[in-house]
Ligand binder design. Structure first.
Ligand SMILES: Nc1ncnc2c1ncn2[C@@H]1O[C@H](COP(=O)(O)OP(=O)(O)OP(=O)(O)O)[C@@H](O)[C@H]1O
Ligand SMILES: [Mg+2]
Length: 326
């Protein structure tokens, strides 16, 4: 990733991908056999979801990910079937599966999430090397999703610092120790939700003033250039140096909330990577997230829904109208 080959494109990194199995049943209850519908299989994991939505927005984002075992192979063939580019680092462990069951009687989704395989030190190094070899070198790397068991958060800090030195802008959606590690390294963008940011800062964030103060504090301390704080049905806030904007949520009754955060991050990072104004990027993020709420299971945003919803999104610039992204 030589500096003179700095790209403008996006790539995604998914450290703990999952093969998503989805099905439906009349009612989820104990003891009885639950006769489910034929399952649907999808490639899943934060970075994979982000790449899928970027594609639906009209862009492309190669997915870098560790895969192993039959579930890993199935995941890879699902990616290929969707036309998503995969850069696979083979691992010894078996890629995890996630299981989502729609209970029709309650119209409620039950999501069973397994921990995923432990990566060896050698496998983590292989992932880092694959990142270095990405060609063309991406302008933005989106890292989204959980860390695999045993993955040291310090390694994430190191990775973030290394990317920064090479001029790759890191957009991070992580929680807990992962978010802390990313903020310590001072990346380009973080996208916590309210609870994740509150947990990280060790205080509640009850209202708009608290949200703004927390995001501005991180930017002022050099912890991130952009803080995108997503607030579920209360909308989202985007804060950068000398810039702040708020976008209320669209009035939508979600069919499924799976992947809303990833879709938001996809819209935001894709637009900013293309040099869009931050308020326009925020609007696309909200449109993509809202479109995902209309897709069942882990289906993610449909192109037509994003297009239809985008003009309905309102953005209130609180500070620094006309700011350009860096
Ligand atoms: N119930 C809802 N009604 C309307 N819009 C919503 C709702 N939930 C989420 N959104 C939209 O999706 C965006 C991202 O959602 P949210 O803040 O829930 O992300 P998240 O907590 O990271 O989600 P995820 O569970 O995917 O990690 C919000 O900023 C908002 O625009
Ligand atoms: Mg999230």
């Amino acid at each position: 990733m030589a500096q003179d080959r700095l790209g403008t494109g996006i790539a995604t990194l998914t450290l703990n991908p999952a093969l998503d199995l989805q099905t439906a049943v009349d009612v989820v209850e104990p003891e009885n056999k639950l006769r489910c519908d034929a399952p649907r299989q999808d490639a899943g994991g934060g970075g994979v979801n982000v790449a899928r939505v970027i594609r639906r927005l009209g862009g492309r984002a190669p997915c870098l990910l560790p895969l192993g075992g039959p579930a890993g192979q199935a995941l890879q063939s699902r990616l290929a079937a969707e036309g998503l580019e995969a850069l696979v680092v083979p691992i010894a462990g078996e890629t995890r599966q996630s299981f989502t069951v729609l209970d029709r009687s309650r119209q409620a989704e039950f999501r069973f999430v397994l921990p995923g395989p432990r990566l060896s030190a050698r496998e983590v190094s292989a992932l880092e090397q694959a990142l270095e070899r990405l060609d063309p070198c991406p302008g933005v790397l989106v890292l989204s999703g959980s860390l695999p068991p045993g993955f040291p958060p310090a390694r994430l800090s190191r990775l973030a610092a290394r990317l920064r030195r090479r001029g790759v802008r890191l957009a991070l959606d992580a929680s807990g120790e992962g978010l802390k590690a990313g903020l310590e390294a001072g990346g380009w963008m973080v996208k916590p939700n309210r609870k994740e940011l509150g947990d990280c800062l060790g205080r509640e964030l009850p209202d708009r003033d608290a949200h703004l103060a927390a995001a501005r504090g991180l930017v002022a301390a050099g912890r991130a250039q952009w803080v995108a704080l997503s607030l579920g049905q209360d909308g989202a806030l985007l804060v950068g140096n000398g810039f702040a904007a708020y976008s209320p949520a669209l009035p939508i009754t979600p069919v499924s909330t799976v992947g809303a955060g990833d879709s938001f991050l996809a819209g935001l990072s894709w637009e900013l990577s293309r040099g869009a104004a931050p308020e326009a990027a925020l609007a696309t993020a909200v449109a993509a997230a809202s479109a995902t709420l209309l897709s069942p299971g882990s289906g993610m945003a449909r192109r037509a829904d994003i297009r239809r919803l985008r003009p309905q999104v309102k953005v209130e610039v609180l500070e620094g109208a006309g700011a350009r992204p860096r």
